[in-house]
Design a protein. Structure first.
Length: 351
């Protein structure tokens, strides 16, 4: 019995003191670690917990939260080539926490706002992005909440119920039976609160990196792909990809809440009422996608979206045509020089 007490005491000490042995730098470098998060979404909580500790410890007030998809994440380059890494070099630039993640949809961004609220992290200054493809009718893919379905379930049951039929149509299986609900609570609510579970991936990475350093080996790059300009690559097969073609559909946008992206966009805007919010519409490589971007209805869709956003209480910037086609790595992502130019645009908007 005494041994059991010591084990319980030891586990409690780990639970309360383990987070304090880490810092933001251990779980975040200009952005979250995609390889970790995609295998365990609860690694996001380790980032948020360390952010909260840093903000409280240093009494930070003037910081910006960034939410978005692969463009604001900085794909395909490494974490030193993301736009906020360049922006932080400006004199008097605010602190920036980039919580973007490739494939995040507007539904995911809304859930991230809920999570930030849960952690008591201010979103008084927020940057988020969307893209033309965000508002194309889903048939049914991609899911309007790509990563954080279970967190939506936990944090906003009403919105979860609203979007559930759509999520089911994409192959999502909600917990229905008693066992499934028990498993959901265990794996999505209870276990993620255990510090040892929350930081297990961070611990593994730190051990791996120390082992590499001891052997004189370099730390692997966290780049997700090839950051060279698109003109240096062969996109012959890619241009025929059905998902790419669909993402430039010129079918008229439905800008009502029948569109799940408008539903979540309105949720985001409502949560940001009275705050400084910058909404970016991601630009397109017009040279690479010239077959699509000059179609009259494509242009009309952008005009309608601009009009919709002009009526919202947020600052809105359409990035179409703002960055040279030569600074794209593909149809929508940038070279390091492109991300540096993006940082200039955002800096001017922040000022």
């Amino acid at each position: 019995m005494k041994a059991v007490k010591y084990i319980i005491l030891f586990m409690l000490l780990i639970q309360f003191f383990l987070p304090s042995t880490f810092s933001v730098a251990d779980v975040y470098h200009n952005r979250m670690d995609y390889e970790l998060v995609k295998s365990n979404l609860h690694d996001i909580d380790a980032v948020l917990q360390q952010m909260k500790r840093e903000i409280k410890t240093h009494n930070l007030k003037d910081y910006v939260i960034v939410l978005g998809d692969s463009v604001l994440y900085g794909s395909p380059g490494d974490s030193n080539q993301v736009f906020n890494a360049f922006l932080q070099q400006y004199p008097d630039a605010p602190g920036i926490y980039n919580l973007s993640l490739p494939a995040m949809q507007l539904g995911d961004l809304y859930v991230m706002l809920l999570k930030l609220k849960e952690y008591g992290i201010s979103t008084d200054r927020l940057i988020f992005n969307m893209r033309y493809a965000s508002f194309i009718e889903r048939d049914p893919f991609p899911a309007a909440v790509f990563w954080l379905k279970e967190e939506l379930h936990r944090l906003d049951p009403a919105s979860y119920k609203h979007i559930l039929d759509h999520l089911i149509s994409t192959g999502y299986n909600p917990p229905n039976t008693l066992y499934e609900r028990y498993s959901y609570y265990l794996h999505e609510v209870l276990i993620p609160k255990i510090s040892l579970f929350r930081y297990q991936d961070t611990i593994k990475v730190k051990i791996k990196h120390k082992w590499l350093a001891l052997r004189g080996k370099p730390i692997p790059s966290d780049a997700l792909g090839d950051p060279r300009p698109w003109s240096d690559k062969d996109f012959t097969d890619f241009m025929g990809d059905e998902a790419l073609i669909k993402s430039f559909s010129d079918k008229p946008f439905d800008l009502t809440e029948n569109n799940p992206d408008i539903y979540f966009l309105n949720k985001i805007i409502a949560m940001q009422k009275g705050k400084q919010t910058l909404a970016l519409l991601t630009g397109t490589n017009h040279e690479m996608m010239k077959e699509y971007v000059h179609k009259p209805q494509y242009v009309d869709n952008l005009t309608a979206l601009d009009k919709y956003m002009s009526d919202q209480p947020v600052k809105y910037v359409n990035l179409e045509g703002r960055i040279s086609n030569a600074l794209f790595t593909d149809h929508t992502h940038f070279t390091p020089e492109g991300y540096e130019q993006l940082s200039e645009i955002i800096w001017n908007e922040l000022e």
